[in-house]
Design a protein around this ligand. Structure first.
Ligand SMILES: [Fe+2]
Length: 141
């Protein structure tokens, strides 16, 4: 089945490790939509939330290390956005673990907002900053 959110070039920040991690996030969203389409969305919410908890600590750390290394002037605001996203993911997982229903639609909305607001705006701004510093592709190189 075709992806609901095929990866398109406008998702690219131009920072290789960040883009490859973002592909994983978009993959989770597509996996969730696939399951919802089969009527199994609520059955996969727990597993996807666990994946997101791991993803956020790993991925945000990657970005925040790059902010420090390249003295990104908007780091403080960006890190605050990461903290908000992480709190939202942890809150949903805590609800699920406490036996409350977390619906696939709730998680899908969170992920779509993440893509629309955080990746397409904040992360892309960071990419523009790095490119303006002459850093292309993999900034570890
Ligand atoms: Fe970010």
């Amino acid at each position: 089945m075709a992806d609901f959110f095929p990866w398109i070039s406008s998702f690219e920040t131009g920072i290789a490790p960040v883009d490859s991690q973002h592909r994983r996030l978009v993959g989770m969203l597509n996996e969730l939509f696939d399951a919802m389409n089969r009527g199994e969305g609520n059955a996969v919410v727990g597993r996807i939330l666990d994946g997101l908890v791991d993803y956020t600590s790993y991925h945000f750390k990657t970005e925040e290390e790059l902010f420090a290394k390249h003295r990104y002037p908007e780091a403080r605001e960006h890190i605050r956005e990461h903290a908000v996203l992480r709190r939202q993911v942890l809150k949903l997982r805590a609800s699920l673990r406490a036996g409350r229903s977390v619906f696939a639609t709730q998680l899908a909305e969170l992920l779509k907002e993440w893509l629309r607001v955080h990746i397409l705006q904040s992360d892309k701004n960071f990419g523009v900053y790095l490119l303006s510093k002459g850093i292309h592709g993999n900034p570890e190189a």
